[in-house]
Design a protein around this ligand. Sequence first.
Ligand SMILES: [Zn+2]
Length: 258
Amino acid sequence: MNKIVPIPAFADNYIWAIHSLNDSQVAVVDPGDAEPVLQYLQKSQLSLNAILITHRHWDHTNGITQLLEHFPNVPVYGPNRSVYQITNIIEDGMFVTLEAQELKLSVMAIPGHTLDHIAYAGEGILFCGDTLFSAGCGRIFEGTPQQMYDSLNKLASLDDDTLIYCGHEYTLNNLAFALSLEPDNKLLRTKALEIAALRVANKASLPSRLRDEKTFNPFLKCHLLEFQNQITLLTGKELSSPVDFFTEVRSMKDHFKA
Ligand SMILES: [Zn+2]
């Protein structure tokens, strides 16, 4: 199993470093800033062997140019109509092979947060950028709620043991929102305490396991009758399909203040 380390960037971004099996090289996912990556590489005497991009937002891509100045021949994988530095345009159904990591990742199109958004999945790990967060999901900037809902379902169809490496440390705020929907949910309260302790110790709340997300992530529960009843009770709205519930919950999160 590859060592995968979060490199914190900006206020709450994570740039994921996927180590090679001999621990001499790393591939990075979504380098929004080059400096923390270069420091990480220097400190551990590592070189860079690939850059993977999930979507074109600046906080996931702004470090590419500077990294390429230090490592000019490194391939940059990413979606079409995205970022000019991308050297290997990839799309749904294709594979990215990281030789030194001995890792073959499949590419999944997951539009919603942006239309170009992709995820990388394989060997029980998932890099999903700003689509699925622990206890939450990304804002819908470009796609429709239906698109986002379908994309989340696509990710949820992966093996339940899959470890989720997403782009931001939003877990605690997401859990606060989830608790505002289900104040009596003991599982959520326990989870929030657990994550709060991790954060106080300055540790990442990620990766998260898909099986667990299905129990506490409100955006993965919109098809469950019990959850739907709770949302109906809370909003007084007559919603019918899972995507209607998803749309309502996403809109509530957009206006939520912890
Ligand atoms: Zn984004």
